[in-house]
Design a protein around this ligand. Structure first.
Ligand code: PRP
Ligand code: URA
Length: 208
């Protein structure tokens, strides 16, 4: 298990725009997908390659391709959906499962309302995506749900995390790799990440 925190100028720049309260819904939504793509580039660095013989216009040669192509993206609804869209630009053949969770506003604990996965999900390497890792409750619950369905190989990708969420997720699921766009300072008394970017789902869908 490893926790990788991105440190790339493009990610810093794009997150800076997302954090601004004046950023429009459309711009925010586009940036979720762009930053997800950049994080995915790093998260797929260790995918196994296999040699394949091809013909260029000049000669036969050995090229490389990703072994097996057994990948599956699992966005946590709602906010994870636009991360999945971005990642599908890079991995168009990946399958997509969905886990629906929302945080109870009083207890901050996640409530499950949906789960639909490809039938061969247990054979696949899974990329669970959610822009925000706050208390960590939603990420832990999503991975609990997926493990109960036989999935064993996980990566978790988020745009912004609080130290409290990273701590909870690594303790509950020490076997997964975590990729974080930026590690922020802390949670406030309502479980929001500071400085954060507000409620990711509301900003993506304009529901506030
Ligand atoms: C947000 C976010 C995460 C969760 C993070 O979703 O997208 O899923 O909160 O918080 P946690 O780490 O404390 O669990 P929310 O519950 O607001 O649902 P939504 O995506 O439907 O807006
Ligand atoms: N969920 C969000 O969307 N934002 C936060 O800061 C915390 C949880």
């Amino acid at each position: 298990m490893a926790v990788t925190i991105m440190d790339h100028p493009l990610i810093h720049h794009k997150l800076g725009i997302m954090r601004r309260k004046a950023t429009s819904t459309k711009e925010f939504r586009d940036l979720v997908s762009e930053v997800a793509m950049l994080i995915c580039y790093e998260a797929t660095r260790k995918l196994p390659l296999t040699d394949i013989e091809i013909e260029t216009p000049l000669v036969k040669t050995i090229a490389k391709e990703i072994e097996g192509k057994k990948l599956c993206i699992v966005p946590i609804l709602r906010a994870g959906l636009h991360m999945a869209d971005g990642i599908l630009n890079l991995i168009p053949n990946a399958k997509v499962g969905h886990v629906g969770l929302y945080r109870n506003e009083e207890t901050l604990e996640p409530v499950e309302y949906f789960c639909k996965l490809p039938s061969d999900a247990a054979e696949r390497e899974i990329f669970v995506v959610d822009p925000m890792l706050a208390t960590g409750g939603s990420a832990v619950a999503a991975i609990d749900i997926l493990k109960k369905r036989g999935i064993t190989k996980f990566h978790f990708l988020c745009l912004i995390a609080a130290p409290e969420g990273v701590d909870r997720l690594t303790k509950a699921h020490p076997d997964i790799d975590i990729y974080i766009g930026n590690l922020d300072e802390r949670l406030n008394e309502n479980g929001y990440i500071l400085p954060g970017l507000g409620d990711a789902g509301d900003r993506i869908y304009g529901t506030k």
